[in-house]
Write a protein that binds this ligand. Sequence first.
Ligand code: NAD
Length: 506
Amino acid sequence: MNHYYNFYVISSMKKFSNYINGAWIHRSDSSFFQNINPADSLDIIGEFPESNSSDIDDAVKAAQQAYKQWRLMPAPKRGNIIRKAGDIFERRKEELARIMTREMGKPVFETKGDIQEAIDTCYYAATEGRRLFGYTVPSEMDNKMNLSFRMPIGVCGIITAWNFPIAVPSWKIIPALVAGNTIVFKPSEDSPESAIIFAEILEEAGLPAGVFNVVFGKGDTGSALVEHPDVKLIGFTGSTATGKRIAMRCGELNKKCSLEMGGKNPQIVLDDADLDLALNGVLWGAFGTTGQRCTATSRLILHENIHDEFVQKLQAKAEKLRVGSGLDDTTEMGPVINTKQFAKIKEYIEIGKNEGATLLCGGVEPSDETLKNGNFLLPTIFTNVTPQMRIFNEEIFGPVLSVSKVSSFEQAIEYANHCAYGLSSSIFTKNVHVAFVAMRELEAGITYINAPTIGAEAHMPFGGIKGTGNGHREGGWTVFDIFTEWKTVYVDYSGQLQRAQIDNQE
Ligand code: NAD
C-alpha cells in the first residue's frame, strides 16, 4: 500500500483513494467505478475504488485501534473538534456545494441547504458533548446510589444513499463521534466525492487518525462492512429492499442496526385550506430534489370541493418549473441521479398509464437539445389515482406526483394511511380540531401542519414507522440512543451486604 493525495491522475482521469487511518490509500490491484455527472453523461468526474473485504478490514482495524483512545477523550473535547468541523463546513460551503451538485444533480441552492444541515448537526452535537445526560435514581436500599450513563459502542459502519451526500451521513457520523465511537463510512457510489471532502474537513478539525475512515464501493463493499465481525453497529440510509437485507444479516450476527428507508409521503389539502400556500407546498415537496427525497411528496390527496381548481393551478405552475443542470443558477429542478433510476421512473410512468391514471403533464424528457446528455424528465403529474394502483403505493423516487380525490377528512386519512411506508405526512387546513386529529391519526414518523412533507430540522427526531424504519430516530437528542449503550452502576456505601428484592421486603 502507498500513501497518496486524495486523487491521482492516469490518462487525464482522476482516480480517487480510500481514506484509512488518516491517509489516502491507493492499492495498485483495486478495481474502480466511474462517478458521472447526471446532468451530462460526457462529464466523468473521476474513478473511485471498488473496495473489497481486505480494504474494509484495513479500515476496521484502524478504527478499532483509534477507538482505544477516542473513547477516553472527554466528550466535551470531542465536541470541540466537531464544532470546528462545523466552522470548516461553513467556510467550504460554496466549493463543496458545487462538487455535490456536479455529482448528484440537485441545484446549488439545495446542496448549500444540505451542507447547512451538517453545520447545524455539528453545532448541536458539539454542545451535546457537554450534556449526554444520564440518570441518578434513588436506590430501594439504605446508603446506596444508582447511576446510569451512556457508553460508546465501538466501530460503527455507516452506509448511506446519495440524495443528501453530506446531511444524511452527518446525521449519523457526527453524533456517533461525539458519543465516542469510531467510524468506517461507505458512501453511496453515486456521490463519493462529497465523502472525500467530509474526510478532509474532519481531519482539518483535528480528528485523530483512524477515528473516521472512508471506504468506497457499491453494494458488495457495503455488505463486507456489515459482515465484518469487529463492526458493532450498522447505521443505514437507503432503500427498504437493501435495508431489510442488512437488518436480516445484522439479526443473525447480533449487531445493532438502525435503518432509514423509503417513503411514499402524502400531502392532504382540505377545502378550508389556504390553497396558494398548499400549492407552493406541493410544488416544493414533490419536485424539490427532483422528487428524490425520502420525504418527497409523492401523493397529493385533494378534497373534491377544491380538486379541479387546485389541479389546474398545479399543472400551470409545474409546467413552468425550469429544468436543467443544477450548476445553472436559474435551474429549479435538476436531473435524475443515474440511467438505471431514469429507466425505472419511465417504467412507472407507463405503469401509471396502464393502470388507468390520467397523465396530466410531463412524463417525458424536455425538448431542450442542450439537456440531451443528462437524465432529465419534466415534472410529471397523474390524476385519478386510486389506492389500488401501484403508483399510489410504491416509491418511485423521481419527479412523479399522484393525485387522488376524496370526499371527506376521514377518507383523506384513510387514503394517507393506505401505504406500506410511514415517513412523512402533511395536511393543509385552517381547522384546529381537524389538524390535531390528523397529528394523532396520520401513520408517519413526521407530520407537518400547513407545510410540505419535506423540511426536517437537524435538532428534531427524524425517522419513520411501518416500512420506513426499525424504531430508531436520527436527529436531535434521540440519535444518541442509536450510538450509545446504557451502563448501569450501583454504588453501595452501607458497608454491609444488602440483597435487592430480599432484605427490603416489608
Ligand atoms: P440503495 O438501497 O440502493 O443504496 C443505499 C446504500 O446501500 C448505498 O451506499 C449502496 O451502495 C449500499 N448497498 C446496496 N446494497 C447493499 C448491500 N447488500 N449491503 C450493504 N450495503 C448495500 O438506495 P439508493 O438508491 O442509494 O437511495 C435511495 C433510497 O434511499 C430511497 O428508497 C430513499 O427513500 C432512501 N432514503 C431514505 C432516507 C431516510 O432518511 N429515510 C434518506 C435518504 C434516502
